[in-house]
Design a protein around this ligand. Structure first.
Ligand SMILES: Cc1ncc(C[n+]2csc(CCOP(=O)(O)OP(=O)(O)O)c2C)c(N)n1
Ligand SMILES: [Mg+2]
Length: 166
């Protein structure tokens, strides 16, 4: 039920990689609740070892990776700095195969229609499931702020205006 849904997020700087260990902790604390970790590919790579923890403890969390093969949020820096080879392009990692290596289910998803069934199976499984969803890189909603952040740090005028109206 939506009314009982809770979202765990990193309240500070959005540190990549917190999602999977948070999901493990949430499942250990609330074994009867469904736990879904939604993550980027770069972020998942930071703490992917935690799939081993999830498999070892039999935590049937569901991990959904939106995999654009980029440190997507930081790709615009390369363009702003006129250095497109900024290190933001990542290899096309198949995290579903990696998850199987860790002892999880890693079903292949070939159509959106397959998702409800896969979700239902995952949430009643006896071990973790990871779904790797390949997506095109698309610009981040925060892109408009980067030039200002580079020039002025995080004390940029938009933030001051937002604080003023808060
Ligand atoms: C500890 C730490 N390292 C790096 C960053 C900067 N950072 C935030 S999001 C991000 C890119 C995340 O890439 P990915 O998980 O693939 O998500 P995408 O933006 O591609 O959807 C980076 C490098 C940060 N906020 N904190
Ligand atoms: Mg990415």
């Amino acid at each position: 039920m939506l009314s009982s849904t809770q979202i765990l997020a990193d309240p500070a700087m959005g540190h990549p990689g917190f999602g999977l260990p948070f999901a493990n902790a949430a499942k250990l604390a609330h074994p009867d609740r469904s736990v879904i970790c939604i993550t980027g590919d770069g972020a998942l790579g930071c703490t992917v070892q935690e799939l081993e923890t999830a498999a070892r403890y039999g935590l049937n969390i569901l991990v959904v990776v939106f995999n654009d093969s980029h440190w997507g949020m930081y790709k615009p820096f390369g363009e702003i700095l006129e250095n497109s080879d900024f290190g933001t392009k990542l290899t096309e990692v198949d995290f579903a195969r990696a998850a199987e290596g860790f002892g999880c289910y890693g079903p292949n998803i070939t159509s959106l229609e397959a998702l409800p069934n896969v979700f239902a199976k995952a949430l009643s499984a006896s071990k973790p499931t990871l779904i790797n969803i390949g997506v095109e890189y698309t610009p981040h909603p925060m892109d408009f702020m980067w030039p200002s952040i580079i020039m002025h740090g995080f004390q940029f005028p938009e933030a001051e205006r937002m604080q003023a109206v808060a």
